[in-house]
Design a protein around this ligand. Structure first.
Ligand SMILES: [Mg+2]
Length: 267
């Protein structure tokens, strides 16, 4: 499978499973993932979930095959350790934590404005963390639109200060660390070229891996936000007719066919 897909990067919520759903892998996706891994491919779940929450999701998902890697919090890369647990892959996570700590210390004036906004708003909740806040949750996506406009204003003087947005959740971030840059680093660690990489996602926090720059083959299920669908189309990828896991299975099958791993067209 020298010219086939070697690495696939899938978001979790909204891409492998519906929200809400029972959290189980649908049969058509189970077959596609098992077939891809049987052909020697590697799979990373690339999610905004924490490592602990991602592992809970993977267990409930109960796919016939396991992911080889996890990218969590939209930035940290994990591989299997000697004892079967998940450990940092390479130096990336250490560098990420150090640079985030440095940035967030410098961004205290931004966090002060955010705390004031949250205290006044009533429909926004901060997610606390040891030093700086981790992120925030809004009561609706309409409220999130307002919060994002506010953040774009108050972060203007600190170009490294970014955020990852997913439905009513938002995580404060460093502009250099995203699903896209983490996937690029994973490719480097595994020595997998862009042309042998596929990525699928459905929301704002997936856009950094759906523009065709990090993965040559991209796809999204029918439930993906319009911005994701437009990016995937512009990159020559596939927007599925089906939602969630079934849609992702269809785009993965199409990508494998184009990349040369399958002898016959996807059904
Ligand atoms: Mg998602």
């Amino acid at each position: 499978m020298a010219d086939g897909l070697r690495l696939i990067s899938t978001d979790f919520d909204g891409t492998l499973i519906g929200h809400p759903s029972d959290g189980r892998c649908v049969p058509v996706l189970a077959r596609e993932l098992a077939d891809f891994k049987a052909a020697g491919g590697q799979w990373v779940i690339n999610t905004g979930r924490s490592l602990e929450h991602a592992l809970e999701g993977v267990e409930l998902f109960a796919a016939p095959v396991e992911p080889d890697f996890l990218i969590t919090n939209e930035r940290e890369i994990y591989r299997r350790g000697e004892d079967g647990g998940w450990v940092d892959f390479g130096e990336w996570n250490a560098g990420c934590r150090e640079r985030l700590g440095e940035l967030f210390a410098r961004a205290e004036p931004i966090f002060r404005r955010v705390r004031e906004m949250v205290a006044d708003a009533g429909d926004v909740t901060l997610i606390p963390s040891a030093d700086a806040p981790e992120g925030l949750i809004t009561t609706s996506e309409a409220v999130m639109e307002r919060v994002v406009a506010f953040l774009d204003e108050v972060r203007a003087g600190v170009p490294e200060f970014a955020y990852q947005r997913n439905t009513v959740y938002l995580r404060f971030a460093h502009v250099d660390y995203s699903k896209g840059t983490a996937l690029r680093e994973l490719r480097r660690l595994l020595d997998v070229p862009r042309e042998a990489t596929f990525a699928a996602g459905d929301h704002y926090n997936d856009l950094s891996m759906l523009d065709g720059e990090v993965a040559a083959h991209v796809g999204c299920p029918a439930n993906a936000i319009p911005e994701a669908q437009a990016l995937v189309r512009a990159a020559g990828g596939w927007v599925a007719a089906e939602t969630f896991g079934a849609g992702t299975a269809a785009t993965l099958a199409a990508a494998r066919h184009r990349a040369g791993a399958k002898k016959t067209a996807a059904a």
